[in-house]
Design a protein around this ligand. Structure first.
Ligand SMILES: [Zn+2]
Length: 268
C-alpha cells in the first residue's frame, strides 16, 4: 500500500483520536497546554500549497485544528490557500528564512522578517514562527534569535526554541519516511525518546497498542497526496534529492551542483 497519501494521513488522525489524544495548534500548545495526551500537527508548507489545503480540509472534517507555516516564496505563499486554511479554523504561522535570503546580513534580515511577518498578519494574527531549514544555505535562520527576542515581535513560540523535545516526541516526514532524519540538514532536534518509525502504519500500530508517547509534535510537509502521478513523481524526486544531499555532504562538487539546482528551482 502507498504511504504518505491523504488516506494514510487520515488513518493516523483517526488512530490518535480513538486513543484519546487531544489536538492543539502550536500557539495553544505553548500558551495554554492541556493536561494528558496531546498532539500538535505542524505543517511546513515549503511548496505545493494546494496540497496543504487538502490536508487542512481533511483535518477540519475530523474536527482537528493544526498549524500551517508558510514561506514567503511563491510556491508556498498562495493567498487563496492561506485564506481558506484560516477559514477552516487552523493556525497560520510564518516559515521564515530571512537570514538566508539576505546572505547572513542580520540588520537587513530582521527588517525583512518584520515586513514578511506583517504580510502574513494580514491573513491571521500570527503568534508563532518556525525556521525554514534552507539546507543549501550556509546561514542558519535561527541565528536571528541570538540578538532578538520573539516577544518583541509579539510572538509566543518557535518550535525549535520553545519545545523540550525530551518531553515531547518529535516526528518528521522528511524524505518520505518517519526515520529519514539522516537526510535533514537543520530540522533536527535533540530527543530523549528511543522510538523509531519508518511507515505511518507502524505509528498507527504503536498508538493502537497504547505505547505511543503522551505528547507528540508531528511535522508533516505537503508531499502527502492521493494522486497517483504526483505521488510517483514526488517519490522519484525525493529519492534523487536524498541521495544528492548525502553525496553533497562529502563532495564539494556535488554540493555546488545541488545548490545551483535548488536555487534555480525556487527562482523559477
Ligand atoms: Zn521548510
Amino acid at each position: 500500500m502507498r504511504d504518505f497519501t491523504l488516506k494514510s494521513y487520515k488513518s493516523l488522525i483517526v488512530a490518535l483520536q480513538e486513543a484519546g489524544y487531544a489536538f492543539q495548534t502550536f500557539e495553544d500548545f505553548i500558551v495554554s497546554p492541556i493536561q494528558g495526551k496531546t498532539v500538535v500537527l505542524r505543517h511546513d508548507v515549503d511548496e505545493l500549497a494546494w496540497n496543504a489545503l487538502k490536508m487542512a480540509q481533511l483535518e477540519h472534517n475530523r474536527g482537528v485544528r493544526s498549524t500551517y507555516f508558510f514561506r514567503i516564496v511563491k510556491q508556498s505563499n498562495v493567498p487563496e490557500v492561506i485564506r481558506q486554511i484560516v477559514e477552516l479554523g487552523h493556525e497560520v504561522g510564518y516559515h521564515y528564512e530571512d537570514l538566508s535570503l539576505t546572505e547572513g546580513d542580520e540588520i537587513k534580515a530582521i527588517a525583512l522578517f518584520e515586513k514578511h511577518l506583517a504580510y502574513f498578519r494580514e491573513f491571521y494574527p500570527v503568534r508563532s514562527v518556525c525556521m525554514h531549514g534552507s539546507s543549501t544555505s550556509k546561514y542558519d535562520n535561527r541565528q536571528l534569535w541570538k540578538s532578538h527576542q520573539l516577544a518583541d515581535y509579539a510572538l509566543v513560540g518557535e518550535p525549535y526554541l520553545s519545545v523540550d523535545f525530551n518531553q515531547v516526541f518529535y516526528l518528521t516526514d522528511t524524505g518520505y519516511a518517519w526515520d529519514g532524519g539522516k537526510y535533514a540538514v537543520r530540522d533536527i532536534v535533540e530527543t530523549g525518546f528511543e522510538l523509531r518509525f519508518h511507515s505511518t502504519q507502524e505509528i498507527v500500530s504503536c498508538i493502537q497498542k497504547g505505547e505511543f508517547p503522551e505528547k507528540a509534535l508531528f511535522l508533516a510537509h505537503t508531499l502527502w497526496t492521493d494522486s497517483f502521478f504526483q505521488w510517483n513523481w514526488l517519490h522519484f524526486r525525493e529519492l534523487l534529492r536524498n541521495n544528492l544531499k548525502l553525496l553533497a555532504k562529502n563532495n564539494k562538487g556535488v554540493a555546488r551542483i545541488y545548490r545551483k539546482l535548488v536555487e534555480s528551482y525556487w527562482k523559477s
